[in-house]
Design a protein around this ligand. Structure first.
Ligand SMILES: [Fe+2]
Ligand SMILES: [Fe+2]
Length: 274
């Protein structure tokens, strides 16, 4: 009835660190947490930028970490990925005609349509959804029973977030996407790419953007087009169907976070209201 979202693992060739953090070690902590506490969930969905430079060795290293997961894992493309080496290492990942990694997943009452917004132009980080990918989406939306919750996952958000450096590399085919979605608005959209947890609504569609697993983007509203990176704990999100609602929970990964019960024995320090 529920699944885990992670995003932007940015694995690199040869292991080691990227921006002074180690993508494999960071993900290892997340895999351990999922195996420990969430192995009853249906699957993990990684919303793109699996590798930083898209090399085969980066995908081999990613596979080694994900092989430890006790639940299935589905992988999506981001602007840093490369389909050919990815396909070699993950030959069983579902793909549509034309080799785009677009597929439908089921979790309880949710039908999740995963899109592939990788624009295969080296060095260009914008997202694209061509006619073939949008046609696939349109057909899959029509196939989704009306009593199912419709969730759409894509790496690039299709709208401005008020973060100029990230807005410059959003999905370019926003209007064409909206044309498809206006026939049936999804109940929820999930994104990666921005490396920051952000939620809100686009044209009345609720969305969740998942924090980057290795490095993060600082929350800065400066009109500067160079991306302001920062270091924060990564987190996992869990998307769950509760009653008639879809709920997105997040939980930090890494470090030592205490769990403690509420009650008189854990009384907070005294304070008085003046
Ligand atoms: Fe990323
Ligand atoms: Fe990205």
């Amino acid at each position: 009835m529920s699944f885990v979202q992670i995003s932007d693992t940015h694995f690199i060739q040869g292991g080691g660190e990227l921006y002074e953090t180690n993508p494999a070690l960071r993900l290892r902590d997340g895999v351990a947490m999922i195996n420990e506490d969430y192995k009853s969930l249906d699957f993990v969905l990684a919303t793109g930028d699996l590798a930083h430079y898209g090399e085969k060795d980066a995908y081999i290293r990613l596979k080694a970490e994900l092989d430890e997961l006790e639940i299935p894992c589905y992988l999506m493309m981001g602007n840093h990925d490369s389909r050919t080496p990815f396909r070699e290492i993950f030959p069983d990942m579902p793909a549509m005609e034309g080799g785009f990694y677009q597929y439908a997943l089921e979790s309880g009452n949710m039908r999740i349509l995963c899109l592939d917004s990788l624009n295969d132009v080296p060095g260009d980080h914008i997202g694209r959804l061509c006619e073939a990918r949008l046609r696939w989406l349109d057909e899959e939306i029509r196939k989704t029973p009306l009593d199912k919750k419709l969730v759409i996952a894509n790496h690039h958000p299709p709208f401005d977030l008020g973060l100029p450096a990230m807005d410059a590399i959003k999905l370019r085919d926003s209007e064409a996407l909206w044309e498809v979605l206006s026939n049936r608005k999804p109940d929820l959209m999930l994104f990666g790419h921005v490396h920051r947890p952000i939620s809100g609504a686009w044209k009345g569609i609720p969305f969740h953007i998942q924090r980057g697993f290795n490095h993060q983007v600082a929350l800065s509203f400066e009109e500067d087009l160079s991306i302001p990176f920062c270091e924060e704990y990564p987190d996992i999100a869990i998307v769950r169907n509760v009653g008639d609602s879809l709920i997105v929970y997040t939980r930090s990964v890494g470090g030592e976070f205490r769990h403690f019960p509420s009650g008189a024995e854990n009384k907070q320090p005294e304070f008085s209201i003046p």
